[in-house]
Design a protein around this ligand. Structure first.
Ligand code: NAG
Ligand code: NAG
Ligand code: NAG
Length: 135
């Protein structure tokens, strides 16, 4: 099942000359979603590749939660306007991977929101258990 989540920008990080200046919807910054998970997008390069860190607030084993790294791709258009993007989180505390796909929206007050959907792939021991591995 595909799950939806919404991220709101908490603060934008001031970064140096290497970061991409995006007029509408800058992914760089600290984002918090509707479940209380948060992520920091550290930098977006000139090709739209980006990296960051993800803190989930929900997991099967919440006592084991640790910050995990993410890498993604922002679809650059000219001009950049409410771009689409995708990223993969490599969980450090669990044998699983989550992929997100989404779009950055700007409302009329200039507030930025990320609308995303995600899929989680869990490790299973054999092909017979494949049916329950994705959620
Ligand atoms: C993740 O949470 C830890 C502990 O609260 C915090 O130190 C860290 O900055 C957070 N990372 C991100 C990417 O927000
Ligand atoms: C980020 O999320 C982690 C895990 O839920 C939480 O411990 C931490 O306080 C949050 N940090 C911020 C800055 O939102
Ligand atoms: C992904 O996570 C695993 C487990 O923490 C780690 O061994 C591996 O180096 C990570 N890979 C990347 C590309 O971050």
């Amino acid at each position: 099942m595909v799950q939806a989540t919404v991220f709101l920008l908490v603060l934008s990080l001031a970064l140096g000359a290497h970061s991409l200046s995006v007029e509408k919807c800058n992914l760089i910054g600290h984002w918090v979603n509707d479940l209380g998970s948060n992520m920091t997008i550290l930098a977006v390069d000139e090709k739209g590749n980006f990296a960051g860190l993800y803190n989930t607030s929900v997991a099967d084993h919440p006592n084991e939660i640790q910050q995990s790294s993410l890498v993604g791709s922002l679809h650059l258009t000219n001009p950049i306007d409410q771009p689409t993007f995708g990223f993969t989180v490599n969980w450090t505390f669990s044998d699983s991977i989550t992929v997100f796909t989404g779009q950055c929206f700007v409302d009329k007050d200039g507030k930025e929101t990320l609308r995303t959907m995600w899929l989680l792939r869990l490790h299973v021991d054999d092909l017979e258990n494949d049916w329950k591995a994705t959620r």
